[in-house]
Design a protein around this ligand. Structure first.
Ligand code: SF4
Length: 109
């Protein structure tokens, strides 16, 4: 005799599908974790003066750069950070460092 409190196989499968369909997934975090980190040697990164550390920016080349400007407070970041790394609209498919900076920096509102 089956325990009235237990799920039979069919009910278990239905419940599993319902959970799979309705449970929110941390898509941004999952995707961010899978992306490679932007290299400072990437041609676009070099052109924009990107550095993983805002304190390492070439101040002579980018005199308007301020040390308190970084990717974490830039308007062009996307989604949630994965550790110290986050997606950026200027470098699709790559992660930039939250403490990084490039000439595309725009103050986050
Ligand atoms: Fe960082 Fe903003 Fe430059 Fe992207 S555009 S690399 S978030 S400073």
């Amino acid at each position: 005799m089956q325990d009235p409190n237990s799920l039979d196989r069919r009910e278990f499968v239905k419940l599993g599908l319902a959970v799979a369909v309705t449970a929110p997934l941390p898509i941004d975090a999952a995707r961010a974790a899978d992306l490679p980190k932007l290299s400072e040697d990437d041609p676009t990164a070099k052109a924009l003066g990107y550095r993983h550390d805002t304190n390492a920016v070439d101040q002579a080349r980018f005199p308007n750069h301020k040390p308190d400007q970084n990717c974490a407070n830039c308007k062009l970041i996307q989604g949630e950070a994965s550790g110290d790394w986050i997606r950026c609209q200027l470098f699709p498919g790559k992660l930039v460092n939250t403490n990084g900076w490039c000439a595309g920096w725009v103050k986050k509102a």
